[in-house]
Each structure stands twice: as C-alpha cells, then as structure tokens.
Design a protein around this ligand. Sequence first.
Ligand SMILES: Cc1ncc(COP(=O)(O)O)c(C=O)c1O
Length: 416
Amino acid sequence: MAKNYGDVYHIEDWGEPYFAVNKDGHLCVRIYGRDTLPEQEIDVLSVIEKATSTDEKRKKLQFPMILRFPDVLRHRIDSLHAAFSNAIKSYQYGSVYQGVFPVKVNQNKAVVQDMVHFGYDHNYGLEAGSKPELLIAMSCLTKAKPGAYLICNGYKDSSYVALALAARAMGLNAIIVLEMEEELDIVIEQSSKLGVEPVIGVRAKLLTKIQGHFGSTGGKHGKFRLLAKKIYEVAKKLKALNKLHWLKLLHFHVGCMIPTTDNVFDAASEASNIYCTLVKECGAEMMTTLDCGGGLGVDYDETRSSTPMSVAYGLEEYASKVVQAVQDRCDYHGVPHPVLCTESGRAMASHHSMIILEALSATPEPKDDDDEATTEQLHERIRDLSSKLQSFKAETAAHMCMPSHAVHVKKHGIEC
Ligand SMILES: Cc1ncc(COP(=O)(O)O)c(C=O)c1O
C-alpha cells in the first residue's frame, strides 16, 4: 500500500488549514484554508520544478528559494478581522477593531504592500519600530484607507519625531507612542518647530508577566515603556500645557507567543484599568484607542499547549478574551469602550511563505520485509533474539559479581 506522507510527517496536524499532502503524495498549499477548493490547491513540487526549469523569458532560479503565497496573507488578515468582529458582535462591545501589521516582522516590500492592499477594507494599518520602518510605512500607507493607523513605536530622536509629524502633515493617521518620558519634550519641540499638531500615545509597562520567548522583557523591569504612575505624570504634564487632547492611545506589548488566553485576559485587563484611570481621573477624555501590541501566537506544532512552539488558543479565543477584558474593565469604570488595535505580526505573516532547500542526499526508505517473512522464519528470529538475551543476562550477572576494580581492569584485557 502507498505510504501517506501526510501521516508520516504529521502534516495533517501542524499544517492545518494551509498545508496538506495531495493525492499525488506532494505537499500542497491550501491558500484559502478550509475554504480552498481542490482545484485551487497549489502543488509545491510543480512550482519548484517550474522555478528551476529554464525558460527563454526567465532565469532559472536557484536554491535556497522562498515561495510566497499572498492569498494566505489575505486569508490571515480576513480571519483576524472576522474573529474580532464576531467577538465584538457577540459581546455587544461598543466600538470597533482596527489593527496594524508591525513592519519589523517582515520588511519585504511585497509583504508590507500586500498587507496594506489586502487590509484596505478593514482599515488595516502599519506599525513602525524605527526610522527606516517609518519610511517604509509612510510610503505604503499612501495606498491605505484614510484613517488607517500608523503607529510610531521605538526609540525616538528629533528626526524620527519630525518624520512622524511629516506623516501626519501628509494626511496619514500617525500616532507617536511615547516609550520614555523624555520623548514628550522632543515631540513638543518638533511640533512647535514644524507647526504640526501631533497625536500621541503612551506605551505602558505592565506588571502582568508571560513566559513566552520575550516574556522576560515584560513586567516591572522591562527596558522601555512607562509604569502606570509615569503615564499619569505624562498626562498631568500635557494637561498643564493645555495639550491633553493630543493623548489618544494607550499601548502595551507583553511579549511574543503569549502562551494562554488567561495571560491575554490579564494583560488586557491591567491595561484597561490604566486606560480608564487616564480617562476618568486624569481627564484624558479624548482617548480613543487601546493598542494591545503583538503576541498573538501561532500553534506551530498544533498541540494547543503552552510549549514554546505552541499556544493554547486560536484567533477566535484571542479576540474574544481581549474584547471581554476591555469591556469588563470599561463597564466597571463607566468609560466608553475604546477602538481595539493589535499589532499581531507572526500570526499574520508566518503561514504565507516557505523556504525551499536543495536535498543534498537521500537515504532509501528502509524496506520492511516482515510482511513477507514466513511463520517459520519469524520463529527462528525469536529463538535467535532470545538466545542473545540469555547470553547478555549471563554476562551482566558475571560483571555484577565482580568487584568494580576487576571490571575496570578487564576492560584492558587483564583477567583477575
Ligand atoms: C511593539 C511590538 N509590536 C508587535 C510585535 C509583533 O509581535 P508578534 O509577532 O508576536 O505578534 C512586536 C514583536 O517583537 C513588538 O515588539
């Protein structure tokens, strides 16, 4: 019987819903996940054969090569938005979801452009974590729906802030997220110099800790971000300057591959409490958005566990926990529900590409001839194994009786 390689390599487990083995035994990509029709499946072997064959119009490609499946990106973006809109509907949450793709996760021009293109109807934006990323994001977002977020994270000097203000002057919805208190002075200075009013956010340093890959940078001792107390001081300073209306967003990022939905819930609850304090107690009534950062995990091995290669939830459970946590805290404090933003990176991009390496050698599959052995041959093998076992036991017993130094010298060929 022909071997099912989907079973051998457990592709049906970890590949779901994008990767499978087709009837020819070849790896195939289901670009629309479970909604993919059989004729829409892409046979990976035939793509590689085509790419490595010579064609008059095109140069033969070499290994290693990266195959990208942009339709998978589209499917990921649509699935994330569907998950949030279902959760928002079912909990009757009073606002919307408006996410961004963090450019740092995949800076490939085609990927960032695809993200903006496929996310157009969802108002999907971009997050930049450095000046070069901000330039990439500015160029790509000119094709986004007006109002899509351009979240400006990362270390900021005057030229970064000036660039972010230029983005706002261009009509992009750039939000400068303060990671350190000193950045506020740079924003104030650059804003008055350029005559552009900024929209700002603050990045919270939460006490909620996770164990994921970057969990150790979360919690109280993380390098960037502001503890709640410092955030309230920033609000106080803005109020004194009559600029509190600049403050519109609260951001946090507790780490990548958040292992469980309990962690998602705890982090979103803690951040929502800070958001509500800003609105209710610090008077930041123009606040609109809670940006929950990245961390939406990928269950690489499909074990639904909290091991490093897995997370114990999917898109729906993640969205539902964020919505529940924020709604619960805002209702408790009597604060209007904010727009929910996430900066989900790997969960959007990682399924859509694969790296193909050349096979340098192949080991022939071991032939299992047990099926053809006669009963007499099998009995013979058992007798052989059992006599080997007897002599092994006798030898071990002899060693056990020997003093340890005798065993040691025997190894050198000396009998005691
Ligand atoms: C601020 C910020 N946002 C988003 C992300 C993306 O995280 P993920 O790929 O886990 O969703 C990162 C990753 O390091 C990050 O630092």
